[in-house]
Design a protein around this ligand. Structure first.
Ligand SMILES: Cc1cc2nc3c(=O)[nH]c(=O)nc-3n(C[C@H](O)[C@H](O)[C@H](O)COP(=O)(O)OP(=O)(O)OC[C@H]3O[C@@H](n4cnc5c(N)ncnc54)[C@H](O)[C@@H]3O)c2cc1C
Length: 497
């Protein structure tokens, strides 16, 4: 559809393999024993009504378990939030894009009969603007080839030697790029790697492990380069990500309570007790805690947890990303990048953008400007930022300022939301070496080969605990499914619809 096929890469498989390497190499924290798989008899409480908690609820209810979900806010969905206001454009405030290998999201949407819209079906292009100048595809491939080859060599070393893996994780992206300064034919090539890292991890290059370079960053093959190797961002949920949340909520409405902030989890003789912000209490046999990484430590876990888990909870954090969403009366960028293309730039303005229109329904087009790391701290109001970014990107996208005109603009600021605390899992140097053995790892048959988040009566879920899909809706749904499996003591096949 106008763009060459993606360069084959599989960041999800790479990350899963690296985590298995950490476990095999005996590096990092000791794995607490997983809860023995045994059928649950009493009620199960689920804390957090994002996709992780809702998926856990769904699978438990389908298995006939007496499960109940408690969400602190007055809205379900967490970081999946399609904002609809009468008379205003529909804005996708959080997650929007679904990859081809996001099996749990594919399965859940199919289960509820919600189509996934193929964003790449029509003509589209990716444009890179280097210091204001559009870069041709072959020039991009030539510029990235030396550093991509070096990353490939390091990936092979890591595969062969777990100690090399820890050494690689110990340094930051900035350290790695400094070490290989001679591999950048132009300064903008390094800056491009830095901006893609900010976008994907929400952290500055000196605060992100060099391992991240092996996951989502550029791949080169012949004359073709992919900025986000392997993350094909091919689909969007028809009617917005909120459509899946609405379907799950409707199906299980009688088992969901909103406005229920859990402050404390403690032990009873037969199970656990949750204490809410208003001092009310409920008891359950097990609890699945599916709140974002950064707010897990606001819950008082007054029961035995392995010291490694206490350290993990203290260290878990989220990167900072946000969207500036600008509705457009005249989406003239579609003639340039199409509805499925994207824009990247180094040197000024916003690092990336794409058509963020909620697909599968009528309504105005929306452009997404995507900010990461320190960019989110800008105190400039959303509209002024949108105009500034449009001006900086005009060399690639044409007159965006005129396209968006006076149409509504929204800014998302997830890092300021006290129930969320950031965008998605962030991995500073050394973090995965220390805590990689505490994540879920899924085997080829859909069962967990590492179930460290299942600790007796408490089971943790959430995108930040996923082996292969952190930072994605799919990581939330996958860990919710694995948590439900741990409680049920039996396997749920992700592709069963
Ligand atoms: C700007 C942005 C863009 C993104 N884009 C994409 C994308 O294009 N594609 C993609 O796949 N992913 C994307 N993501 C990531 C995706 O949104 C998340 O990975 C996923 O939605 C996380 O789901 P979760 O259930 O783990 O957590 P959440 O959605 O954060 O849900 C956790 C819930 O717990 C609740 N909670 C917190 N504390 C308590 C408490 N004490 N008691 C009770 N409830 C509590 C919260 O209110 C929240 O509802 C994006 C995220 C952001 C921020």
């Amino acid at each position: 559809a106008g763009e060459a096929a993606a360069v084959p890469a599989s960041p999800a498989a790479t990350r899963r393999a690296l985590l298995k390497g950490l476990a095999a190499g005996g590096i990092g924290a000791t794995i607490p024993a997983a809860a023995p798989a045994r059928a649950v008899t009493g009620p199960v409480a689920i804390v957090g009504g994002g996709i992780a908690g809702l998926t856990a609820l769904h699978h438990l209810r389908e298995a006939g378990v007496d499960a109940r979900l408690y969400e602190a806010g007055d809205r379900l969905g967490g970081r999946m939030f399609t904002l609809r206001r009468n008379g205003a454009p529909t804005f996708e405030m959080g997650a929007q894009l679904v990859n081809s290998d996001h099996a749990d999201i594919h399965a859940l949407t199919a289960r509820f009969g919600i189509p996934l819209v193929d964003r790449k079906a029509d003509t589209h292009r990716s444009i890179v603007l280097a210091e204001g100048r559009p870069v041709r595809d072959t020039e991009l491939a030539d510029a990235l080839r030396p550093i991509a080859a070096q990353i490939g060599i390091d990936a092979d070393r890591i595969d062969a030697d777990p100690a090399a893996l820890a050494a690689f994780d110990a340094i930051s992206v900035a350290d790695y790029l400094d070490r290989h300064a001679d591999l950048f034919p132009h300064p903008w090539v390094r800056r491009l790697l830095e901006v893609t890292g900010r976008t994907e991890y929400g952290a500055e290059p000196d605060a992100t492990s060099a391992l991240s370079l092996l996951f989502n960053l550029p791949t080169v093959d012949g004359t073709r380069a992919d900025i986000l190797g392997g993350s094909d961002e091919r689909y969007a949920i028809a009617g917005g990500s909120g459509a899946l949340i609405a379907a799950l909520a409707e199906r299980h409405a009688r088992h969901i309570e909103t406005g229920r902030l859990v402050r404390r989890v403690d032990r009873t003789t037969g199970g656990v007790r949750l204490t809410f912000g208003d001092a009310r209490k409920v008891e359950a046999e097990r609890v699945i805690v599916a709140v974002p990484a950064a707010v897990t430590r606001r819950i008082d876990f007054a029961l035995p947890l392995p010291p490694a888990w206490r350290s993990f909870i203290a260290a878990m954090d989220l990167g900072r990303n946000e969207k500036i969403l600008a509705a457009a009366a005249d989406p003239r960028w579609r003639a340039i990048v199409g509805a499925g293309g994207e824009f990247w730039q180094t040197g000024g303005g916003c690092a990336s953008g794409w058509d963020g229109t909620v697909l599968g329904e009528a309504g105005p087009a929306v452009w997404t400007w995507y900010l990461g790391g320190d960019e989110v701290e800008s105190a400039i109001p959303a509209r002024a930022l949108a105009i500034r970014y449009a001006h900086d990107a005009r060399g690639a996208l044409g007159d965006m300022a005129a396209a968006c005109g006076d149409a509504p603009v929204r800014r998302t600021a997830w890092h300021r939301n006290p129930l969320i605390g950031g965008a998605y899992g962030s991995y500073p140097p050394g973090h995965l070496t220390r805590f990689g053995r505490l994540l879920w790892i899924e085997g080829a048959d859909g069962t967990a080969t590492q179930a460290a988040p299942a600790i007796g009566r408490v089971v943790f879920a959430g995108e930040h605990l996923s082996d292969a899909f952190p930072g994605y809706m799919n990581g939330g749904a996958q860990t919710g499914r694995l948590a439900a499996q741990a409680v049920l003591g039996s396997t749920i096949t992700p592709l069963a619809v």
